[in-house]
Design a protein around this ligand. Structure first.
Ligand code: FAD
Length: 315
């Protein structure tokens, strides 16, 4: 989804600069890539560059970096945008270092400088207490990664079409150091959906111990919600790392965010404050989270969560 969000934002930038907007689509099957290209046109792309090769079936940094840098060297884009997902962050760094250009990571806003037509990429800095706008001078392309759900999802225009340009990957399997020996599906694959969840129940250090997270999971199950947490709980192993919400975790924007035993530190806040409704449960009435929560419940989360779960279950 972040790719469509980037196309929507890219369309606005391309219209300001009066240039074409292109999508890069990499993968193993040309049929699937052609279908993705058609979707890219409906979300605003004028051109789709496709590289289909069995080597690109599963993401590996080396062949993806090679495919992307070859395209950039050949077609010389002014701006190159990627989603700040786990994969996008990995790829963007190696593409930028290979191309010897600048990369502004984790952006929340993009604009064009009217003076020099350069990309103005804005991102939170100093723990989210400042916003910093960065411009890459003298080096091209200007690269940025953008967090999922920060840019609006564009409306699809089903009648729109564009040009498909196919390129070959100049790489053999033997050239690649990393080999895929076995594919083990992630048991908890739904974690990846945290950024797009409508309801999230999150727990913090105030939950006390790993076993108490059962109460978070119980409430999430009743609400059909995803489970998230603060950094101390992912560091302690109470939750997997990719459920961390915040500056160094995921940015989320659900309709409802229930935060139990979370103090509301700025590094957590920047990842969840755009939620429509925030319910905070904390036994300290002066906890910072009450400064920006929509509703606050002062009390012991270990006692309050089961009461909420029962109440929602009976509805
Ligand atoms: P605490 O701050 O310890 O708060 C626990 C809260 O629980 C307290 O408010 C307490 O009153 C309450 N409490 C205690 N017992 C109960 C109870 N029985 N019932 C109800 N409430 C109770 N943090 C993140 O979350 N995400 C990030 O991405 C992130 N990135 C960071 C990046 C950097 C560079 C740095 C320096 C820090 C980062 N942090 C991040 C850490 C952040 O600064 C805070 O330390 C962290 O968010 C605090 O987590 P917490 O609220 O769970 O714990």
């Amino acid at each position: 989804q972040v790719s469509w969000e980037l196309l929507g934002e890219g369309r606005k930038l391309a219209d300001i600069l009066k240039v074409e907007l292109s999508a890069v689509i990499l993968g193993g099957s040309s049929d699937e890539l052609a279908a993705a290209a058609r979707s890219a046109f409906t979300y605003g792309a004028d051109v789709a560059y496709i590289v289909a090769d069995p080597i690109l079936t599963d993401y590996r940094n080396e062949p993806y970096t090679k495919a992307m840098t070859d395209l950039v060297n050949k077609y010389q884009p002014e701006i190159l945008l990627l989603g700040a997902t786990t994969l996008g962050r990995d790829l963007a760094g190696s593409v930028a270092t290979t191309l010897l250009t600048g990369l502004t990571a984790d952006c929340t806003e993009l604009a064009i400088d009217p003076d020099n037509r350069g990309l103005l990429a804005t991102r939170p800095t100093f723990g989210g207490s400042l916003l910093c706008t960065i411009q890459t001078l003298n080096y091209r392309p200007q690269m940025a990664t953008i967090r999922p759900r920060v840019m609006a999802m564009p409306d699809p225009l089903p009648e729109r079409s564009g040009r498909i340009i196919s390129e070959n990957l100049q790489m053999q399997e033997d050239d690649i150091i990393a080999k895929v020996l076995e594919f083990i599906p992630d048991e908890a694959q739904e974690q990846a959906q945290l950024a797009y969840a409508d309801v999230i129940v999150a727990g913090g250090r105030g939950m006390g111990k790993a076993e108490n997270f059962r109460l978070i999971w119980d409430l999430a199950a009743v609400l059909g919600a995803e489970v998230g947490g603060s950094r101390p709980v992912t560091h302690a192993g109470w939750l997997p790392a990719d459920r961390q919400v915040g500056q160094s975790g995921k940015t989320v924007r659900p309709k409802l965010y229930i935060a139990a035993g979370i103090s509301g530190a700025i590094q957590h806040r920047v990842g969840m404050e755009a939620s429509d409704v925030i319910i905070a449960i904390n036994n300290d009435p002066h906890a910072p989270i009450f400064d920006f929560a929509t509703y606050g419940i002062v009390g012991d989360a270990v006692q309050i969560l089961p009461v909420l779960t029962d109440a929602f279950r009976s509805r």
